[in-house]
Ligand binder design. Structure first.
Ligand code: SAM
Length: 305
């Protein structure tokens, strides 16, 4: 496959490069903002699970704050620097990372917390949905420590079987919760975004990192998910319907008449987890897959399944 093939198959990937965004995800946040005016009046924001950094790019360009630290970006992976963005490398499910983020906002809370976190998917849907939910809850936990009253929280969710439980949890803390699907997010993906506005924790709620969020004591009806008490949040498709469809392939010369010219990625990954494997492969030292037909009969039974 040539290097233009992905440009053809994924128009948002191509447009991201042409517009200087580090990832196609930038369009998801831009389309969410188009619908919900997320950035209005925002001067301080947290971008959780931020690498390679396209949401941080959008935030640092679109929100009103100034100086290093008006956007705090956190990820497991190292991220190339961005002007105005303070970076923390760490796991958002770890207490030490949460504490570092919270320290930064002490006395000066954030207006917006976003989380585009995705675990490495296994293909086992229940496991993937569970992992995704854990990331979201870790992000929500951090948000309850750093958000100002009325603040906004936007997080990726997988619309799986138990998503109602997550909506219920979010409704405890926000006056408005809805589920949004930007046009740049593929229809074929169960990904969507919970858009939670009006941070308004229950009276007497004291954020506590040691307290699991799925504590039902704030609302006794909270986990009654069947029948009329089941929480159903509005679903909003956002992004201009005449804009590009993320599930379609487009010819390289787009309809606006512009002639196609290949654009390299805006920011190649720095120290990606697969770097060592690439180096070993170049040197011909990457272990080859062991196939049963290559093994003497006596060892076949002991091969991993
Ligand atoms: N919003 C980003 C952008 O626009 O460039 C893309 C985010 S990418 C879809 C998901 C990110 O989640 C990955 O960079 C991954 O390292 C990060 N991630 C997954 N689990 C994490 C965790 N426990 N703590 C911090 N980051 C995590």
């Amino acid at each position: 496959m040539g290097r233009t093939s992905k440009d053809k198959r994924d128009v948002y990937y191509r447009l991201a490069k042409e517009n200087g965004w580090r990832a196609r995800s930038a369009f998801k946040l831009l389309q969410l903002d188009e619908e919900f005016q997320l950035f209005q009046g925002v001067t301080r924001a947290v971008d959780l699970c931020a690498a390679p950094g396209s949401w941080s790019q959008v935030l640092s360009q679109k929100i009103g704050g100034q100086g290093s630290g008006h956007v705090v970006a956190v990820d497991l992976q190292a991220m190339a620097p961005l002007p105005g963005v303070l970076q923390i490398q760490g796991d958002i499910t770890q207490l030490s990372t949460a504490q570092e983020i919270i320290r930064h906002f002490e006395g000066c809370p954030a207006d917006l917390v976003v989380c585009d976190g995705a675990p490495d998917v296994t293909g086992l849907h229940d496991v993937d949905e569970y992992m995704q939910a854990q990331l979201l809850l870790a992000a929500l936990n951090i948000a309850t420590h750093v958000l100002k009253p009325g603040g906004c929280f936007v997080a990726k969710i997988f619309r799986g079987r138990d998503v109602t439980l997550i909506y219920s949890q979010l409704r405890v803390f926000f006056s408005s919760v809805l589920c949004a699907k930007p046009r740049s997010s593929r229809n074929s993906s169960i990904e969507a975004f919970a858009v939670c506005r009006g941070y308004d924790p229950p009276e007497g709620f004291l954020p506590d990192l040691t307290k699991p969020l799925l504590d039902h004591s704030y609302d006794p009806d909270f986990n009654q998910l069947d029948g009329p008490t089941r929480i159903i949040v509005p679903f909003v498709a956002c992004g201009d319907l005449s804009s590009y469809d993320s599930d379609r392939s487009y010819p390289l010369d787009l309809e606006d008449g512009s002639e196609y010219k290949y654009t390299p990625p805006t920011q190649p990954p720095i120290s990606p987890p697969y770097q060592e494997a690439c180096t070993l492969k170049k040197k011909g030292r990457l272990a080859k897959e062991i196939r049963p037909q290559d093994c003497p009969l006596s060892t076949v039974d002991t091969l991993p399944q």
